[in-house]
Each structure stands twice: as C-alpha cells, then as structure tokens.
Design a protein around this ligand. Structure first.
Ligand code: E4P
Length: 217
C-alpha cells in the first residue's frame, strides 16, 4: 500500500520523506491556504522533495478553464498529478489529460458509482473521502470495499486512493480491503508506529542493558 502525505507543509513533508515511508503527496485548496504559501511555488518545492505523484487541484468548474489551469499546473514538474472534482466537467477533463499522458486524481468521491465513472474516464487515482463519509452518517469503509469489488470485477487500473483519513483504524481497514494508496495528515502517519508494548519493551531492554554494564560502541 502506498502512503501519501495529505499536506502542503514543507517541513512536515521533508521530515516524512526522510523516513522513506511516503510515496507521494496530496494537496487541496484548503491545505494550500493553510500553508500560507503561493500555490505554484509550494507545489514546485514539494515536487522537488518527493519523487512520487504530487496532487495539485484545479479550482475551475468548467472543462475549458480546468484544462487551462491543468496546463499551467502540469508544467510545474513531471510528477504533478492534476486533481479534478468528480463532476461531468471534471471527468471530461480527466479523460483529456490522461489521454495526453498526464496523471489525474479524481477527488471528492462519495459513491461507488462515482468511482466507476472515474475509472471509465481513465483516472490514475480516485479519491473516496472516508472521514467525511463517516462524518455524515455513511460507512466510509463500505464505500472502499464496494469500489475495490467493482474495480476488480472489470480489471480497472485506476488506483483507489483512500482520502480524508482521520485515524489509524482507517489505515488498517483500507489496507485489509486492499486499497492501493491512502493519504493522511502527517500526524496520522507518524502515529501508526505507536504501540504501548513497543515502548514498554524498549524500556525493559534498556534497563537490563544498563544493568549488564556493556556498551556497543
Ligand atoms: C484528499 O486528497 C484530501 O486532500 C483530503 O484527504 C481531505 O481530507 P479532510 O476531509 O480531512 O479535509
């Protein structure tokens, strides 16, 4: 399973990239706003830190303007992945861009039928938002299972990118279902390493090591 960092915070991305655990980055207009940085500049900087796909989202709602925005965004770097909303204009833009060899992430997916459309439009990634789905009384993980089943039924190559991940259980469930990618805030990614028994184990080993009076170096 690939891990993407869902942030536009350069310090966080650098720090996580050094662990070797992240395979890409996703941003959205809200995350760009939060970063306080210029969209193009910060995207260029992120693309220089990670080798994998870096999602940069268009904000236009009509196909023609989406294409113009995508044209500007894809010039930033080879690893830019254009993010488009799951609308008919977004899907039309997706088809045009992927036919032209550009990676596309179709975002704001909340139903399996929407995911089916994204795959038919040739999306590189589809982003079902599990956290927001749960928040609104739906079952985010059921959505991921349904999309997995449909994509496997037809051998669609579109990768399921689980988004709006809020906690470790989302990551675990998505991995069990066989989602291709998950994108999460850096705090959630770092939190995956935590286990009370690991901490307790280290404490016990170090106590005994101290008592042995030995040193490795
Ligand atoms: C995905 O690409 C989105 O940027 C993101 O996962 C949205 O998450 P949120 O629902 O926590 O804002």
């Amino acid at each position: 399973m690939k891990f993407f960092a869902d942030t536009a915070d350069i310090a966080d991305i650098r720090d996580l990239a050094e662990t070797g655990l992240i395979d890409g980055v996703t941003t959205n207009p809200s995350l760009i706003h939060k970063s306080g940085r210029d969209f193009i500049e910060v995207t260029r900087e992120i693309c220089g830190i990670v080798d994998g796909p870096v999602s940069a989202e268009v904000v236009a709602l009509d196909h023609e303007t989406m294409m113009k925005e995508a044209e500007k965004l894809r010039k930033i770097a080879d690893n830019v992945c254009i993010k488009v909303p799951l609308t008919l204009d977004g899907l039309k833009t997706c088809r045009a861009l992927t036919d032209d060899g550009t990676m596309v992430n179709v975002t704001l997916c909340f139903s399996a039928n929407q995911a089916l459309l994204a795959a038919k439009a040739g999306a590189t990634f589809v982003s079902p938002f599990v956290g927001r789905h749960d928040d609104n009384g739906f079952d985010g993980m059921q959505l991921i299972s349904d999309i997995r089943l449909i994509y496997d039924n037809y051998d669609f190559e579109t990768e399921i990118l689980v988004a709006s991940v809020r906690h470790a259980t989302h990551v675990l469930e998505a991995a069990k279902i066989g989602a291709d990618v998950m994108t999460a805030p850096p705090k959630v990614i770092r939190g995956l390493v935590n286990h009370v028994l690991t901490d307790k184990g280290i404490e016990g080993f170090l106590k005994d090591w101290d008592s042995s009076g030995q040193s490795i170096l």
